[in-house]
Design a protein around this ligand. Structure first.
Ligand SMILES: [Zn+2]
Length: 220
């Protein structure tokens, strides 16, 4: 993200700079420090987890750098929230509505986003393993440089999302709308048959998706 975007996001998240001298990170939750300098981190994680489960909607909150595990967050609504650099495991975001939620450089392990409505979200540089995004609308979202392992986006509308420089291993994107989706994959994948034949090498199964409508390294 550019500096301007960071500043805008910080304002929307009502974040300030960490009060620890020399620390450039932003504050977490309602605290005066970042997660790394928060002294009552265990209590904070308990407080945040309870609030996440209790609330139906969450807006403008920073959860950056927190470790969150095993939460049922189905059908929640998140707007302008940061989970940047967080360690997330066994979280259930099924049928959630996410807008401008930042998962950049987070570890997202064994998380479910089935039938979620995801728009303008950022997973850049994230580690995504054993996750299920199937049956979702994932519009104009960014997976730039994400490392994707054993995960599925099948039966999803991925319109205008970006997987540039992403790494894939054992990934399924079957029966997806790939219109204007950007990949670094070779342009010959515009042929669905070639895409399937190349799948073991590329680590991604694109069968039954409209691969011709995707953008490959700037070439359609
Ligand atoms: Zn700090």
């Amino acid at each position: 993200m550019g500096r301007g975007v960071c500043t805008t996001l910080a304002l929307m998240l009502r974040m300030q700079r960490c009060s620890e001298p020399g620390c450039e990170r932003h504050t977490v939750w309602d605290r005066g420090t970042c997660a790394g300098h928060e002294r009552g981190l265990e209590e904070l994680v308990r407080e945040v987890s309870a609030r996440l489960v209790a609330e139906r909607e969450l807006s403008g909150m920073s959860l950056a750098g927190l470790t969150l595990h095993g939460l049922d967050l189905r059908e929640r609504r998140f707007d302008f929230c940061s989970l940047s650099g967080s360690e997330l495991s066994f979280l259930d975001f099924s049928r959630c509505r996410l807008r401008y939620v930042y998962f950049d450089f987070a570890s997202v392990l064994h998380c479910t986003f089935r039938e979620a409505d995801i728009g303008m979200c950022v997973f850049g540089g994230a580690r995504i393993e054993d996750c299920d995004f199937s049956g979702s609308d994932i519009i104009q979202s960014n997976f730039l440089g994400a490392r994707c392992l054993r995960s599925s986006w099948s039966d999803s509308d991925l319109y205008s999302s970006r997987f540039v420089s992403a790494q894939f291993r054992d990934v399924e994107m079957r029966n997806c709308n790939l219109k204007e989706v950007h990949f670094d994959l070779p342009p010959d994948l515009s042929d669905a048959e070639a895409a399937w034949e190349a799948a073991p090498r590329l680590g991604i199964d694109l069968r039954s998706s409209n691969t011709r409508d995707a953008v490959y390294g700037g070439k359609r």
